[in-house]
Design a protein around this ligand. Structure first.
Ligand code: URA
Length: 249
């Protein structure tokens, strides 16, 4: 067996382990026949195509202004900067390892998160934990946050004034943690961080330079719950993240 075949089999084996970890134990044969199981190479060159708007960029925070996470939390306080404070039950600041090398950023709290005051604790969060485990990362090792910290009513998309008020605090969290890698979960997170309206299907599979931090967009776990066939692409993205983490250690 040549090297290529060995690598292909090893890759297929780890993909099947990943699916097993996500609770998938059966796979329709028709799907295997129709899909290219071994994906093409994912471009990973640094130097992203999208520039952050200077207004939202981390460049705007000078080194002397960098706060510790607890200072960011206390500055945020019992935030009433936008209308979402009227309908929220909890402000979901974010949680995890303050020295995380990987930071995951979702859209905003859903109902479960609003009740518990913690990010990604519902069904999508459970899937996220399994996805991380598939690349041998425990949830406690990473930091998890959202673009906005309060649940929009009926889980509607966050509105511009809500992002405007909340986003600077996310930037301060990123600055405090200074992760090596950010994984943007879903359309909204990727588009906000990269200041673009390019679709997530185009954005994912590439790496972007986010003020010196490598940013990998991928599909949101909630989207995966509705579209399980997209797990293959997320697996590819997660492998790139694992590789970049290993290379940056
Ligand atoms: N979806 C998100 O984007 N964030 C959460 O915290 C939970 C669900």
């Amino acid at each position: 067996m040549d090297q290529n075949n060995r690598e292909m089999i090893a890759d297929l084996k780890s993909y099947l382990e990943y699916l097993k970890g996500l609770g998938i134990t059966e796979w329709p044969l028709s799907f295997i026949r129709n899909e290219t199981m071994y994906c093409q190479e994912v471009p990973t060159g640094l130097g992203g195509i999208h520039e952050l708007s200077p207004r939202y960029g981390m460049e705007n925070i000078s080194q002397s202004e960098v706060q510790r996470l607890e200072e960011v939390r206390s500055e945020l306080g019992n935030c009433e900067r936008c209308k979402l404070h009227r309908t929220r039950r909890s402000l979901v600041f974010g949680e995890g390892n303050e020295k995380a090398r990987l930071m995951l950023i979702g859209e905003g709290p859903g109902n479960d998160e609003d009740v518990q005051g913690r990010p990604f604790v519902g069904k999508a969060g459970q899937l996220l934990t399994k996805i991380l485990q598939a690349i041998e990362i425990e949830r406690k090792e990473v930091y998890i946050a959202n673009i906005i910290k309060c649940r929009p009513p009926q889980n509607r998309n966050p509105e511009p004034d809500e992002i405007e008020n909340c986003y600077p605090f996310l930037l301060k969290q990123i600055q405090a943690i200074r992760p090596r890698i950010i994984c943007a979960l879903g359309t909204f997170s990727a588009q906000t961080l990269l200041k673009t309206d390019v679709k997530i299907t185009t954005l994912r599979g590439k790496v972007y330079d986010y003020s010196g931090i490598s940013l990998f967009p991928t599909y949101h776990p909630a989207y995966l719950l509705r579209n399980p066939e997209k797990k293959r692409e997320v697996w590819e993205d997660m492998k790139q993240i694992a590789k970049a983490l290993a290379e940056s250690s």
